[in-house]
Design a protein around this ligand. Structure first.
Ligand SMILES: CCC[C@H]1O[C@@H](n2cnc3c(N)ncnc32)[C@H](O)[C@@H]1O
Length: 481
């Protein structure tokens, strides 16, 4: 079916749903009306959208971990262990499920049962099915979100939303470009139009499900304007299918001014583009991801990175912060390490939340710079799509207009090359085919030249490599040895 930015008709949705529910046996037991009844019966305390709306009203930054293990009882124990230390809960889905390899996930569950410990890197919700997913929701007091990385997340959405999960992360771009190699962008955007239409159908029945495009993308030196464009496009695609509760995200880069400007501009640009598209009736929030790149192995240093990300989330005014753990450099954290990450985060949120970052001309300058970059790229996306943002997004990636640094997808040009400036802000080393205004490019070049002068070396690709490893080597900027 041809990709088009339009609300799926009920006929098209129902026809596709027949096929989706047959893709794994656990799809057979899922009935939408039953899901609506179950969702409506949930207490407000379990509704993600209510928690976000309250945090927005109070100007509070909520904290949320990532967490997921193979077996249901262990997953429940894990989330119950973390629950007192966070505001919002996840269920991080395993890598097999993200690729729709449910038979491999089934093997993983069997091996985990035999081994008595989780041998999957997340919770295989599709294999466990509706009743078992409801057992997770019923064992908890706080709202639970599905966090994953799935280009085709249709069955996963049907099962988990009917099971009472009240938030769904991802999108047709943000769960393709950083996560997949050869999934056609047109296909993943179509699949996510289905997911968003499902959320829209729940909304029409009075069940507000939160939708959170995956902000950080490749999580490696992604310039704010790049992730903002993807977030805004996925927000527009979700609104188009009837979603009303949107959380736009950004991955911490590390420079104070740029990170604060990133969240402020993300919120303002979200409203700007959503309203320009004619939407008024929606709830917008933001999420700040603690540093998504390489972490120090030294746990004390890892806590510093976590603490820094917590302070910046609060100072930026983000509605939510996604928390890392001191085991980040080694892999899936123990529940104790996961809790430690949350406790370190809570300490900083509590110490910073009453403080307001002073109005600052340099922050204002950075906000304006990001807005000019986003507007320039989005104008080209709409032009390429003749007004159709879905078609425009596909063509923009083909043309290198949208370009995510260090992303594995073959449809991503990979020509845009970022590098830190002398204060650690992410600047444009090579612009590739991204249509940024000349004076903006000149500004980036100037900021990089300042660093080159300070390091007494020409701006070279080695700087990029040095920056990628810098934080894991206890620095922000990859200075020459
Ligand atoms: C895009 C998300 C990457 C982050 O997501 C964490 N992550 C992945 N899977 C799990 C899991 N099953 N439990 C706790 N954290 C998890 C990684 O550590 C990394 O920080």
């Amino acid at each position: 079916m041809k990709l088009k930015s339009e609300k799926m008709t009920m006929e098209a949705f129902q026809a596709e749903r027949e096929e989706v529910m047959r893709t794994w046996p656990t799809g057979q037991g899922v009935d939408f009306e039953d899901g609506v009844r179950y969702q409506l019966a949930l207490p407000e305390s379990k509704r993600f959208s209510s928690a976000l709306a309250k945090a927005e009203r109070e100007g509070k930054t909520l904290c949320q971990p990532r967490a997921g293990v193979a077996l249901v009882d262990e997953h429940i124990k894990l989330l119950q262990f973390l629950e007192p230390s966070c505001d919002l809960l996840p269920s991080t889905i395993d890598a097999y499920t993200r690729l729709n390899h449910y038979e491999k996930a089934a093997e993983g569950v069997a091996r985990s049962l035999a081994a008595g410990t989780s041998l999957l890197n997340g919770f295989p919700a599709v294999n466990h099915g509706l009743a078992e997913c409801r057992r997770v929701v019923e064992a908890l007091k706080k709202p639970v979100q599905v966090r994953h990385g799935t280009p085709d997340a249709r069955l996963l959405g049907e099962i988990t939303l009917a099971a009472g999960f009240t938030a769904y992360e991802g999108g047709g771009i943000s769960y393709n470009i950083p996560y997949a190699k050869k999934v056609p962008l047109e296909r993943s955007i179509r699949h996510w139009q289905y997911c968003d239409r499902l959320v829209g159908l729940y909304e029409e029945r009075g069940v507000r499900i939160n939708r959170e495009p995956f902000g950080p993308l490749s999580g490696t030196l992604v310039p704010p304007f790049v992730s903002h464009c993807v977030a805004i496009i996925e927000g527009l695609l979700a609104l188009e299918q009837g979603c009303k509760c949107i959380t736009l995200g950004y991955g911490q880069a590390g420079n104070i001014v740029q990170d604060i400007a990133a969240i402020r501009s993300l919120r303002e640009l979200g409203h700007e583009f959503f309203r320009a598209a004619g939407y008024e009736d929606y709830a917008l929030s933001t999420v700040f991801h603690q540093w998504m790149g390489g972490f120090p192995e030294n746990e004390a240093m890892a806590f510093s990175v976590i603490a820094w990300g917590s302070a910046m989330a609060a100072l930026s005014g983000a509605t939510k912060v996604i928390v890392k753990t001191p085991h980040e450099a080694s892999g899936i954290p123990t529940k104790e390490a996961n809790k430690q990450g949350l406790d370190a985060t809570t300490q900083l949120l509590n110490m910073v939340r009453e403080q307001v970052f002073p109005a600052s001309p340099v922050v204002d300058l950075e906000v304006e710079l990001i807005k000019r970059e986003v507007r320039a790229v989005m104008a080209k996306v709409f032009e390429l799509g003749n007004g159709d943002v879905a078609v425009g997004a596909v063509r923009a990636f083909e043309a290198g207009v949208l370009d995510v640094p260090f992303a594995p997808a073959t449809c991503n040009a990979g020509k845009l090359m970022p590098v830190r400036d002398n204060e650690g802000a992410v600047r444009i080393f090579e612009v590739g085919r991204v249509p940024l205004p000349d004076d903006v490019l000149a500004y980036h070049k100037e900021k990089i030249a300042e660093r080159a002068k300070a390091e007494n070396r020409a701006p070279v690709f080695q700087m990029v490599v040095d920056d990628i490893y810098a934080i894991s080597k206890s620095k922000l900027i990859g200075r020459p040895r």
